[in-house]
Write a protein that binds this ligand. Structure first.
Ligand code: PMP
Length: 309
């Protein structure tokens, strides 16, 4: 019987209640914490596929390097840790959260003394109903007054806690406006990204997503969709656009590990296209689901986790 409350901590499995952090940890005060979010999809009875695990771990390594966190585990050790926690907790349909932060103890700004960082890997059961509902109906987006800022190109490309201030403000603003999501612009007025997802617009059979030269997280789902779209014979490019142009798009969707492909049905109260999920959005979601199941071309995107008896 798998335990439902295990956490991987610095190379060993501990109980949920043992994973505590001292209040003086600089991770809590300054946010130099690197993390990832990875989905495991159940396959057959007891087993699952981790989607693009290698790319998530590579991005975690890059995020740690950007904020001077010394990550004392290799890619393959961290990939094994993700599989191990899924197996321990039985979260075949799960969300995996590796998190790396400075060793707790001393409160000091930028004074980590070159120590190895703390590394935890958590997993949570995945509840699919809310996502399915958003994918069926489409979501309502608010254009945020919050600018997606760029502290430093390297840092703004990293998945670190300190980057999430703008997204957090934007999503609160969106919820107060009765919307589900926010679009953040860059300081020149180009559409950058959603609070925790990337953005695509569809004009005819042309797809565009903001380029990685903008202050966005280079989403792993975004990358997968660019590959899948081109494979489907669509014209997909990384090219910037402003809000006025996006408002004229036939289809708009957001993408990310937790929202997969989620159609946008309304932006600031204005219908997108016909106000229902468009055909290209729907076919890309289908293609993504097929890739997650490991169907079609083998791109090495899935890592199987199985029960060990
Ligand atoms: N942008 C931000 C700010 C995010 O937090 C995420 C979620 N990781 C994304 C984009 C989408 O990235 P991915 O497809 O790698 O989950």
């Amino acid at each position: 019987m798998p335990s439902l409350n295990a956490i991987w901590m610095n190379g060993r499995i501990i109980a949920y209640r043992e994973a505590t952090l001292h209040v003086s940890s600089s991770a809590l005060h300054f946010g130099p914490t690197a993390f990832e979010g990875i989905r495991c999809y159940a396959e057959a009875e007891r087993g699952g596929n981790l989607f693009r695990l290698r790319e998530h771990i590579q991005r975690l390594q890059a995020s740690c390097a950007a904020v001077h966190l010394r990550l004392p585990f290799s890619d393959s050790e961290l990939m094994a840790a993700c599989s191990e926690i899924v197996r321990s907790n039985g979260h075949w349909d799960g969300y995996i959260r590796p998190v790396v932060f400075p060793r707790s103890g001393a409160l000091g700004f930028g004074r980590n003394g070159g120590q190895a960082a703390e590394v935890y890997v958590l997993s949570f059961p995945w509840e699919n109903a809310p996502l399915e509902k958003s994918q069926r109906r489409g979501i309502r987006v608010h254009i945020s007054s919050v600018i997606r800022t760029e502290a430093h190109p390297l840092v703004s490309k990293s998945k670190i806690s300190a980057n999430y201030a703008a997204g957090l403000l934007a999503i609160c603003e969106a919820h107060n406006a009765g919307c589900d999501e926010a679009f953040l612009l860059d300081r020149h007025g180009a559409v950058a990204e959603a609070s925790t997802a990337n953005v695509f617009g569809v004009w005819g059979n042309r797809l565009r997503t903001p380029p990685s030269s903008l202050p966005i997280l280079n989403g792993i789902t975004r990358d997968a969709l660019l590959t899948l779209a081109i494979g489907m014979g669509l014209h997909a490019t990384e090219e910037s656009f402003e809000m006025q142009e996006l408002a004229q798009a036939d289809e708009v969707f957001i993408c990310g590990t937790t929202c997969e492909v989620t159609p946008v049905r309304e932006i600031n109260g204005q219908k997108v296209g016909k106000g229902v999920p468009g055909p290209i959005t729907v076919s890309l979601l289908r293609a993504l689901h097929a890739a997650i199941r490991g169907e079609g071309i083998d791109r090495g995107w899935t890592n199987r986790v199985e029960v060990t008896s």
